[in-house]
Design a protein around this ligand. Structure first.
Ligand code: ADP
Length: 479
């Protein structure tokens, strides 16, 4: 790379700030293990914060032989999704689904109106799309509800707070499963909500069904989170003791899926490598001092960190001749998808690899609105390098969660030859160039070649559909 001296110097300084040497990754992994154990023992307090480690009450991990027809409901994004999943018992499934728009009025109105709408959508789905289940069979439904809930049983959980633009009245503190069941019953719909599902737990269940086994389900999308299979005796805050513990184990209930909420790792900022760019992103975010780890890793924030670094270089007069654009000035003006577009041309044999600088220039001019005259070749390679530096740090930090999960579970998995399956979902896993390779390189550094080799990273799709159906199946089987 033949970069002008000032630009080269500024980039080297940025690289230094985003560096994640092996020693640091190991320290982060150790600290994460400490938070795992704290969270398994009790709830965070005002004085001490750590990951919530929420018990899911899921104690049966699918093998791929499960059968039956189940409904899945997913609320938490732009749309409400209703699915009917037919588990075929050979790691495969058939699915019908329909999306329903949740209006802005419903998002801020009475909570009963929202749940009446949800029940109405289930009714519409069953009558219009049809079901393959027989008439007199009561359908079990798995409800993926992607808001903070305090789960108290497999089919019970109270809403702690709304996020993502929802602000319904008379909902906080209520059991969301009860709200749904009451709404279904009011309409005389023959459906039973039998599982309340966190999307990472659903991802784990879906991956286990498809592959016959899974240790951890993880999401690297808008946010990041993971759930893994823990020994019931490590989950000390559940309070199982003596005879009760033995009784559980005798019935094969010796494990439980735990939702780590690892996006909240190191909110106390003990080890994560905060740069001034991270601090700026955090300060202006809607949840300052929260989700510290997530803000260095996930799709919602990676582009924003990159944007801040690019602006720093612009303001230092070493990039784009010192000019910015409206997109580059706008809060969240650089979507993480653009990082994929900036880096993909440098992947050997990729579509644009014959002329990567031209491909990058195209992204910079078309998506960030830069005038072609402001974008020299050096600016193109610098922009791509900034993206790579920020993204690589994200992937290497993501590896720490995987490594911590491997370490936490090694007592039970040690000596077994079998691979440790991590079922991962989200746009970063699916689309970000060399995501897995970067994670894998870091895993080798943290865990060593031998242990890292056991980790199998699998793309696990549709935790809120197939996964939720499997949770309903597991719950129905427990009754
Ligand atoms: P969710 O986590 O909300 O279910 P996704 O897994 O699709 O949904 O993640 C959406 C996030 O992924 C957004 O923040 C978006 O910026 C980012 N994203 C979308 N496409 C890409 C891409 N091609 N490369 C990298 N990030 C992407």
């Amino acid at each position: 790379d033949d970069l002008p001296l000032a630009l080269d110097k500024a980039l080297t300084e940025v690289e230094r700030q985003f560096d994640t040497p092996t020693r640091l990754l190991k320290d982060i992994t150790d600290r994460m293990l400490w938070e795992f154990r704290k969270g398994l023992a009790g709830a965070p307090t005002e004085d001490e914060s750590f990951m919530p480690m929420i018990p899911s009450y899921l104690q049966q991990i699918p093998h791929g032989t499960e059968k039956g027809t189940f409904l899945a409901l997913d609320l938490g994004g732009t749309n409400l999704r209703v699915c009917e999943v037919e588990l075929l018992g050979d790691s495969k499934w058939r699915m019908k689904q329909q999306k329903y728009k949740v209006s802005e009025a419903l998002k801020v109105g009475e909570v009963t109106a929202l749940f009446d709408y949800i029940a109405g959508s289930v009714d519409h789905f069953l009558t219009e799309i049809g079901t393959s289940a027989s008439e007199d069979e009561k359908l079990h439904l798995g409800f993926t509800f992607s808001f903070p809930v305090q789960q108290t049983a497999i089919a019970a959980g109270t809403l702690m707070s709304w996020t993502k633009g929802f602000e319904c009245k008379n909902a906080i503190g209520k059991d969301v499963v009860q709200l749904l069941q009451d709404a279904l019953d009011r309409k005389h719909i023959h459906v039973r909500c039998s599982a309340l599902v966190n999307d990472t737990c659903g991802t784990l269940m879906a991956a286990a069904y498809e592959r016959g086994d899974c240790l951890c389900g993880g999401i690297f999308g808008t946010g990041t989170n993971g759930a893994y299979v823990e020994d019931i005796d490590q989950l000390t805050k559940m309070g199982f003791q003596g005879d009760e513990l033995e009784e559980n184990k005798r019935h094969g209930l010796d494990k439980m899926v735990v939702n780590t909420e690892w996006g909240a790792f190191d909110n106390e900022r003990t080890v994560l490598p905060f740069t001034i760019f991270d601090s700026r992103v955090d300060r202006i975010s809607i949840n300052p001092r929260k989700q510290a780890y997530e803000k260095m890793i996930s799709g919602m924030y990676l582009g924003e960190v990159t944007r801040n670094v690019l602006l720093h270089l612009v303001d230092s007069q070493v990039l784009f001749k010192g000019y910015s654009t409206r997109a580059l000035n706008a809060h969240y003006g650089l979507d993480t998808a653009l990082m994929s577009a900036l880096e993909a041309p440098f992947v050997p044999n990729s579509p644009a690899s014959s002329d990567p600088l031209a491909a990058v220039r195209d992204v910079l001019t078309s998506s960030l609105g830069l005038a072609p005259a402001l974008v020299a070749d050096a600016d193109c390679s610098a922009a791509a390098r900034v993206s790579e530096v920020v993204g690589t740090r994200g992937c290497r930090l993501a590896a720490c969660a995987i490594a911590a999960t491997v370490r936490q579970t090694e007592k039970t998995t040690q000596g077994q030859e079998k691979e440790l399956v991590f079922g991962l979902d989200g746009s970063l896993v699916e689309f970000y160039p060399r995501f897995e390779q970067r994670v894998r390189d870091a895993l080798v550094e943290i865990l060593g070649e031998e242990d890292a080799k056991r980790v199998k990273i699998a793309l696990a799709k549709d935790g809120s559909g197939v996964g939720a159906a499997l949770c309903a199946q597991a719950a129905a089987a427990m009754e």
